[in-house]
Write a protein of this length. Structure first.
Lengths: 400, 322
């Protein structure tokens, strides 16, 4: 197998994330999370994590070990090193940058801002031109969205090969400010990767409702789905289960796959990958062996008024002929064998076109679940016949 | 009390505090090195100096610059010191690099397999670093930092002058940073002083009493102090951040000097017996003595050396001719 790609990985360090970022993983309060991040980044604790991370293959330690690495190059080499002595040696790595400058309150901004994260990637690309293929993170709150000057420079120099969106950080993918971005991406055949799961990283600021307008602006305001989306916002805002009004769940409003339909109807040829297939909660639904996840799926489905799961929306409404350049990837979800069994069944039954599925792992987020090669092994075991297609032909078609 | 006796007490006290504050300084330097206090403070102040919310964090870029990155002892450490020359070179390079255009050319398999066989790097850069800096500035959006750097460019005519201007700016800023660092570290210095005073029972009140009553002891200390002053230099023992054994040696040599001066310190049997008599008032006096010592030691060795030399000079009514 040659010319293979991991289409979904992250190589940013803990310094590129806001001070209260650990709220996302540790489910702690704001203050505790800020303190914990400070503590983890202190020299002795960071040293201890590195040492223990090498000695004990505990998943969370491995994740923290990567998080406390000093540079993006170190993280990148850790990922590259994981593959170097395996059958996937020579794999090309797509690193997705994320603009995290706006995912929290201004006083919690990352120590290393987005521009610095990007500058490091520029240097890294020069050092590893044939192995690293970065995506440029976009957030409509960044002033660059007005004329896309930095993005165009990054893409046109071929340093960056695609665009990464992370709506759960506090914006809707159909946000009117993103109109010129989609226009540019469609016109120039630039791949867009977007996050789509419940949970994951999300807006951390104290007042999440300050970033969720009742009637958000849209690239396609007259689209018939816009009233449905507006109604969904209202349902979340007035949810009797108060947990849906909190950041971690309210941000599901941003990640909902239906949000992409108004965009795709305006830009049908847009090369768009809805990552993670909607996430394990939505792939497994009520069949999820984890009762908590199954319950959350049911509660969220009822609240949102979905007729089907997010996974089904992706399969039935997005990966369709009408939108010839839409994809999904198996990143993160591949660590869950049940999700892979479900996907394998759907592929065999023709419910999802194999040409629309990409291979990625979501390194280093997936390190919370298992080591890189072990999660790949789970995917390969269940999708062996499709793996070469996903890793090579599909990823190449999406990228170039 | 006679003036000469007061001066002798002052000289002896100066020597006493000088020796212990040297020990405190050594411990503090070692602590700062171990906790990266100085390096981290330098990092934070450079981030502040090069803060540019409009363009990018040039401070973070400076620390990622190859020349500065190489100063790190290991991946987690921060350089303890950055020379103004190095700072200026790195900053000029960072600003100048914004003028570079780097492009990549993807080369696919000509046989039509759509395999990417190579990625070629095509760089376009201005070779003259002075012109590069100017072009790099032009790439920046307006910001106070851009305006400041542009002024440097406008006031100079070549790379050497520009580098000197930036180096002078950095030196000037670092002089202020030293002051901020001293203020910031005062609390840590006081805590270390207090720990030293408690560990060694460095009680100023007991010492003053002894100096006041024991003439021979006082005069012996004055002689030692005069000898020290004649050496005409501070025992500038510096922490060697690389060689821990050397640091321990430095601390040991100061402790030997303290022992040789037979100062009334430590928890000997006299100390314990005296506390048994009138425990509470004695204890309160002892606490006062310890706090006074801790406060005095936190002033640092150079301060007490100067006090000691000045008192010696007054006592002699002038510096002894060489």
């Amino acid at each position: 197998m040659n010319d293979i790609y991991n289409i979904h990985s992250h190589i940013f360090t803990g310094k590129c994330a806001p001070k209260d970022f650990l709220q996302v993983a540790a489910k702690l309060g704001d203050g505790a999370s800020t303190f914990l991040k400070w503590l983890i980044l202190t020299r002795p604790v960071s040293w201890l994590i590195t040492k223990l991370g090498n000695l004990i293959p505990k998943r969370i330690l491995q994740f923290l070990k990567i998080g406390v690495m000093a540079s993006q190059e170190e993280v990148f080499l850790d990922l590259k090193g994981a593959y170097d002595n395996s059958e996937y040696s020579g794999i090309k790595i797509v690193a997705l940058t994320i603009d995290m400058d706006y995912m929290s309150d201004p006083d919690k901004k990352p120590e290393k801002d987005f521009n610095s994260q990007i500058q490091d990637i520029y240097k890294l690309k020069k050092t590893y031109p044939s192995t690293l293929f970065p995506f440029y993170g976009i957030d409509p709150r960044n002033p660059d969205i007005k004329n896309l000057e930095n993005l165009k420079k990054a893409i046109e120099s071929k340093t960056f090969v695609g665009i990464k969106l992370y709506p759960a950080n506090g914006f809707f993918p159909f946000d009117a400010r993103l109109d010129s971005l989609y226009q540019y991406a469609e016109k120039n055949n630039i791949p867009v990767m977007t996050h789509c799961t419940r949970g994951g990283s999300y807006y951390l600021g104290k007042n999440v409702w300050s970033v969720i307008p009742d009637n958000p602006t849209s690239v396609n305001p007259a689209h018939p789905l816009m009233p449905v989306i507006t109604a969904r916002i209202s349902k979340y805002k007035n949810a009797s289960d108060k947990s849906f009004r909190e950041n971690s769940r309210a941000c599901n409003l941003f990640s909902h796959p239906e949000n992409y339909i108004p965009v795709l109807d305006k830009y049908p040829k847009l090369k768009l990958c809805i990552a993670h297939m909607g996430g394990d909660i939505e792939i497994l639904g009520v069949k999820n062996p984890d009762a908590k996840s199954a319950k959350l799926y049911q509660a969220a489905k009822t609240l949102e008024g979905n007729l089907t799961s997010w996974y089904d929306i992706i399969k039935q409404k997005i990966l369709i002929e009408k939108y010839p350049n839409t994809f999904t990837d198996i990143s993160y979800s591949l660590c869950d064998e049940n999700c892979m069994i479900q996907l394998s069944g759907d592929l065999k039954n023709g419910l999802i076109l194999p040409e629309r599925v990409l291979f990625g792992t979501d390194y280093f987020m997936v390190a919370k679940e298992n080591a890189e090669l072990k999660v790949v092994a789970v995917g390969q075991k269940n999708l062996s016949g499709y793996f070469p297609l996903f890793m090579s032909a599909n990823n190449k078609r999406y990228l170039f | 009390m006679q003036v000469s006796k007061i001066l002798e007490i002052l000289i002896a006290l100066g020597l006493f505090y000088f020796l212990f504050s040297t020990l405190v300084s050594l411990l503090f330097e070692w602590y700062s090195y171990k906790t990266q206090k100085r390096g981290r403070f330098l990092y934070e102040t450079i981030l502040k100096l090069l803060n540019d919310p409009v363009n990018k964090s040039y401070g973070a870029s400076l620390y990622s610059h190859f020349s500065i990155d190489q100063l790190k002892k290991n991946r987690d450490s921060y350089p303890q010191y950055i020379s103004s020359d190095m700072f200026a070179d790195a900053l000029i390079d960072i600003i100048g690099s914004q003028s570079e255009t780097t492009k990549f050319e993807n080369i696919f398999d000509p046989k039509g397999s759509a395999n990417l066989v190579d990625v070629k790097l095509v760089e376009e850069r201005i070779e003259d670093p002075y012109k590069r800096f100017q072009k790099g500035l032009e790439q920046m959006n307006y910001s106070p930092l851009k305006s400041y750097l542009r002024a440097f460019y406008e006031k100079t005519e070549n790379y050497t002058e520009l580098k000197k201007k930036i180096a002078d700016w950095f030196d000037d800023y670092m002089a202020r940073v030293s002051g901020w660092y001293k203020t910031k570290t005062k609390r840590s210095l006081f805590i270390i002083s207090l720990l030293v005073c408690l560990a060694l029972n460095v009680d100023s009140i007991t010492l003053i009493k002894k100096l006041n009553t024991d003439d021979k002891y006082r005069k012996d200390l004055v002689l030692i102090a005069e000898k020290k002053a004649l050496e005409n230099k501070i025992n500038a023992q510096k922490i060697d951040s690389v060689d821990i054994a050397k640091n321990i040696e430095s601390i040991k040599s100061v402790i030997t000097e303290i022992e040789d001066s037979s100062l009334p310190i430590g928890y000997n049997s006299d100390f314990l017996n005296s506390k048994e008599e009138k425990f509470l008032p004695m204890f309160l006096w002892w606490i006062c003595g310890i706090i006074i010592s801790a406060f005095a030691l936190s002033f640092g060795a150079p301060f007490w050396f100067e006090v000691m030399v000045k008192a010696i000079n007054i006592r002699r009514a002038g510096i002894k001719p060489s």
